[in-house]
Design a binder for this molecule. Structure first.
Ligand SMILES: CC(C)(COP(=O)(O)OP(=O)(O)OC[C@H]1O[C@@H](n2cnc3c(N)ncnc32)[C@H](O)[C@@H]1OP(=O)(O)O)[C@@H](O)C(=O)NCCC(=O)NCCS
Length: 151
């Protein structure tokens, strides 16, 4: 397993304002034209009663982040991203498990780009199944989104 860090080296923390500069740079790198702005992220952090945002750290380095919005009976995974050089080590799985635990018994929904096989595999391994398609959901690319749900 050369090059793979064991899961125990990954630590999850609540996302805080001080993490935002790194996260904004990652947003650009990972999501390009769909990147969230600082204002959007600050709005999420300002509503902690319905939001659950985490960062994943290996030592002091932010290697990923993810977020969930909860409503009465449903929750939405709003974002999940891992630094390219830190993928395939379970960071995404660890963050998703944390979001699912925050969602409790709620049904969890998310949108994922139709061509994003890595993310769809991550979700499928964690109990999500495709339930719909949103055509041209991503404005910057015109790509379709698959809607996935977990009961
Ligand atoms: C989707 C994404 C978050 C997954 O993150 P990740 O940290 O690579 O996810 P994991 O490591 O938990 O799982 C990925 C793979 O590593 C494997 N893996 C996980 N832990 C492992 C370990 N300890 N040892 C070996 N392999 C492991 C998993 O089996 C999985 O393999 P598979 O996808 O080929 O079946 C990441 O690819 C990413 O940031 N993509 C860009 C942003 C994005 O598309 N976000 C989703 C928007 S909807």
């Amino acid at each position: 397993m050369t090059g793979r860090a064991p899961l125990t080296t990954v630590r999850l923390e609540p996302m805080r304002a001080e993490h935002l500069p790194v996260i904004l740079a990652l947003e650009e790198q990972l999501f390009g034209g769909e990147a969230w702005t600082e204002g959007m992220l600050r709005d999420e952090l300002a509503a902690p009663e319905s939001r659950h945002y985490v960062v994943a750290l290996i030592e002091a380095e932010i290697v990923g982040y993810a977020g969930l919005v909860s409503y009465d009976h449903e929750a939405h995974v709003t974002t999940i991203g891992v630094v390219p050089g830190r993928r395939c080590r379970g960071v995404g799985t660890a963050m998703l498990a944390d979001l699912l635990s925050a969602a409790g018994v709620r049904r969890v929904l998310l949108e994922v780009e139709a061509g994003n096989a890595a993310a769809q595999r991550l979700y499928a391994r964690n109990g999500f199944t495709p339930v719909g398609l949103r055509r041209r959901y991503y404005r910057s690319t015109g790509a379709d989104a698959v809607v996935m749900a977990r009961a």
